[in-house]
Design a protein around this ligand. Sequence first.
Ligand SMILES: [Zn+2]
Length: 366
Amino acid sequence: MINFENISIYNAVAQFYHEQLFSPKGGIGLEYLKGRGLSIPLLKEYKIGFADNEGSLLLYLHNLGLTPEKMLKTKLITPINRPIKEKNPFLRKPIDYFQSRIIFPIFNGLDVWSFTSRSISLSNKPHLHMKGQLNIYYNFNVFNDNRTIFVTESPIDCLTLLQEYYPTIATMGVDGYKRSSLANFIGKNVFIVFDNDKVGNQKALEFAEELYKNVKVDPFIVTLPKIKKSKIDVNDLYQYCKKEKLNFSRMLLGDSNIILYSEIAEIKPKKEKIGYYEGNVNIEKLLKNLKIDYKEKDKYYTMICPFHDETISSLYWYKDSKRFKCYGCSLSGTIVNFIIYYYEKIYKKKLSFNEALTIAEKYEEK
Ligand SMILES: [Zn+2]
């Protein structure tokens, strides 16, 4: 619940944290944000701040004339400043809730309603939100005047997309939303861009399902292209593109796997196969049926690539992994990916994943 008494205090606190980011104390925070490729004008626009670990906020609120009780009510001051095993309440001393953290104020219009944060040190919990605030999203102002909404799982990813002019919000972590807040998405085109790792993939699917079942929104799930790493988030991709001088939007929208939730839902029983379909397909039968000439080698089939102009065979289809790769145009993927690309290129027909899967299954060996 929003405590409206706190709003004017929050506005002042956001300003306090923001100024601190640009003071010597905030230098470490500013370096962190610059390292993520976020620009100064962006940090100013979204009033990004810094909380030190010297109790500066407590002092600031004290100077504003707040009583200790009022300070605790803001939830920006916590009563606990001792290890949990310390049971004696008289030894406890109130202290700043956010410490050594980047601070992201959450605005409603021009007023600050809440804060979320990110640790600048690896030893602390990365994301810390104010208690009991799962009903709001970071940067939820964008719901007001945008039909398309991108959803990330962290404020840094959100700001990264905002810097590139995508209307974006962040959930308070992968589980950071409540069912009652989903109504915000009604009538929107939603793109879920969570981290491409095991947890992110799973949670994106769960979030999409919530939207689909509760508010009849059919979101796109954007699975970021893997770049050398086992995990990738929006900011990783952004930094990679900067370093390699690649077009970020082209990578984000062109190289990601983007699929409508309903298309996945249709084939729910086969969920584990999505994007990774290997099956027991007889590749030779499939190739013959598609009238593709190939040569069989020990570990692979090789053929003229149907997806780019060439006279030598650059496309290899590996028997073990059942994945193909063209060393000419660098297209690669699974059997289902191949069928989708092939139908589009040769028959000018766009197949859904499900349709391509049905074709693949015709050549499955029992
Ligand atoms: Zn090719």
